[in-house]
Ligand binder design. Structure first.
Ligand SMILES: [Mn+2]
Length: 330
């Protein structure tokens, strides 16, 4: 499966990290639809993490946003509405848990899924990891990392099959007794496992066909080299903890190894990490955008509206195309 969407022409509207916030989602969506109708924008690109709210459950519109994007894509086409996989969508493909402080992100969304589970998880499995453009602007959710900036890593990730990884985990699971593995590897007795599976993955009990999924998620996170690659690609903290020159080199290699032949990618646009004032230039060649949840303050949230065919040499050249969230008085 090809995990990159290549755009050769058109005006792209880029939005990132909405984290279940319905109101900013509709501001961006409706603005794009108005532009699209007037022929002033061709594609709406979300750079991942549309799900998992940081606030109370009743304000978390994760499923509504994801479902709305799915409907919009079905209506307008998969090159007009693009959602890149983010680190908050990824765990649901594998039954892996993700929490921060008091908030158990994955448990909340798994319980919300209900009858939507099958189409939503299938949609998440289908998502691309990157958008590449004729003008040389590439987009990913998180950014560059040493482990993913090699030709071998790029080849694996651009051709990634979640299904193959899940099947490998199933194959390993079939060789052992689940109950023994739960005791030995997870250190849980059957009752504790059942309680965890109910809580984290919304399984109904031991007869649920998904009962072993939590265990399978644990097996997946031990599969090399695939899981560390996914982890580095979707969870990278980019320049944090590195010398600026080191990240600059990693970023240059990253852009090089993910470039298609004849379409060199020179600038990376990402979200994922909080940004004061809604955007920041990292190492000269990366534009970090925060459209709402990660913008400090949120009303300073930004999107990018740019011609994908116009050659861009460095991140600064994108700044004239960065705009505040529609309706912002910031
Ligand atoms: Mn993220």
């Amino acid at each position: 499966m090809k995990r990159a969407v290549d755009l050769s022409q058109g005006i792209a509207c880029v939005v990132t990290d909405l984290h279940g916030q319905w109101e900013p989602y509709t501001r961006y969506r409706d603005h794009f639809l108005a532009l699209h109708e007037q022929g002033e924008a061709d594609s709406l690109i979300f750079l991942g993490d549309v799900i998992h709210g940081y606030g109370p459950p009743e304000e978390d519109a994760s499923l509504s946003i994801l479902w709305d994007i799915m409907q919009l894509q079905a209506e307008l086409g998969s090159r007009t509405v693009i959602l890149l996989l983010g680190n908050h969508e990824l765990p649901h493909i594998y039954g892996v848990t993700l929490a921060k402080g008091e908030i158990n992100f994955t448990a909340r969304f798994e319980h919300a899924l209900g009858e939507y589970r099958e189409p939503v998880i299938a949609f998440l499995k289908s998502l691309p990891f990157a958008v590449r453009t004729a003008g040389g602007v590439m987009m990913t959710h998180a950014g560059a990392a040493p482990g993913t900036a090699t030709p071998e890593a790029a080849q694996r990730l651009l051709d990634f099959s979640h299904q193959a990884l899940l099947e490998e985990a199933d194959r390993l699971l079939a060789q052992q007794e689940a109950e023994k593995l739960i005791r030995d590897a997870l250190g849980l007795d059957p009752g504790e496992y059942e309680e965890m599976a109910r809580y984290h993955l919304a399984v109904s009990g031991p007869n649920d066909p998904r009962y072993n999924d939590l265990l399978r998620g644990f097996v997946v996170t031990n599969l090399k080299p695939e899981w560390p690659l996914l982890w580095d690609f979707f969870f990278t903290q980019c320049e944090a903890g590195l010398l600026p020159s080191a990240y600059s080199n990693i970023l240059a290699r990253f852009l090089e190894v993910y470039s298609p032949p004849e379409m060199p990618q020179r600038v990376l646009v990402t979200g994922h990490i909080p940004v004061p004032d809604g955007y920041a230039i990292i190492a000269g060649q990366q534009l970090r955008l925060a459209s709402w949840a990660h913008a400090i303050p949120q009303e300073s949230g930004c999107y990018l509206l740019f011609d994908v065919a116009a050659p861009i040499e460095n991140a600064r050249q994108l700044l004239p195309f960065v705009h505040r969230i529609p309706g912002s008085e910031w």
